[in-house]
Design a protein around this ligand. Structure first.
Ligand SMILES: CC(C)(COP(=O)(O)OP(=O)(O)OC[C@H]1O[C@@H](n2cnc3c(N)ncnc32)[C@H](O)[C@@H]1OP(=O)(O)O)[C@@H](O)C(=O)NCCC(=O)NCCS
Length: 175
């Protein structure tokens, strides 16, 4: 298998990230975990999370960074990092967050996740973030194991809104 490469996204990647964000969300939670969102839930959430104006906003804001994983010049996943936005009593303004990390289903377990994770966390560390937070669906054990291998530990829980559905999420922290 050819090696994976990671690059920082630019404003030219807005359509790609919007499309891949939607696709990986559906693959992970609708088709994979079968969370049973209604059409109305998805109609509310998908544009709010992955609409091109939203992605363009992140790409234009230097406080945030998207990374794209590619294999054979084809995108296979992405990550998004920036200031922490998770609701936790111990969260401080100077903390960072791994906000999103998603591989296409076909690329999972191929080393791309670790390469993407290292680039994303490395960017946060280079910004000076010492404490890094992330949110993960409570039953997404593969992702939780993946984060635990890098020293993240569960420190709380919260509800993540998808339309009128409230998902039960864990909050994890490193540092
Ligand atoms: C979660 C996700 C990014 C993990 O990426 P992945 O490439 O599938 O990662 P894997 O769990 O297969 O781990 C890859 C390998 O790296 C190793 N690894 C992972 N983190 C490591 C670390 N910090 N140090 C050393 N090795 C590590 C694993 O042990 C594994 O090795 P193995 O295949 O020999 O067991 C990926 O599965 C994914 O995108 N899933 C769907 C979307 C999702 O759930 N995203 C998270 C939302 S919160």
């Amino acid at each position: 298998m050819s090696p994976v490469t990671i690059r920082a996204a630019t404003a030219a990647d807005v359509a790609l990230l919007s499309r891949m964000g939607h696709q990986t969300f559906v693959e992970t939670f609708v088709e994979g975990f079968k969370l049973g969102y209604s059409d109305a839930d998805l109609a509310e959430f998908v544009p709010r999370a992955y609409g091109e104006p939203v992605i363009a906003g992140y790409l234009a804001d230097p406080a945030f960074q998207h990374f794209i994983a590619e294999r054979d010049d084809e995108p296979v996943g992405y990550a998004l990092v920036g200031p922490n936005g998770l609701p936790h009593a111990d969260a401080r303004p100077e903390d960072g967050e791994l906000k999103r990390i998603y591989l296409l289903k076909s690329a999972q377990g191929s080393g791309a996740g670790l390469a993407l994770h290292r680039a994303a966390i490395g960017w946060l560390e280079a910004q000076g973030y010492k404490t890094i937070w992330l949110g993960v669906w409570s039953l997404n054990e593969r992702a939780q194991r993946f984060y635990e291998k890098d020293g993240f530990r569960k420190v709380g829980e919260y509800r993540f809104t998808v339309g009128s559905t409230l998902d039960h999420e864990f909050i994890m922290r490193r540092g």
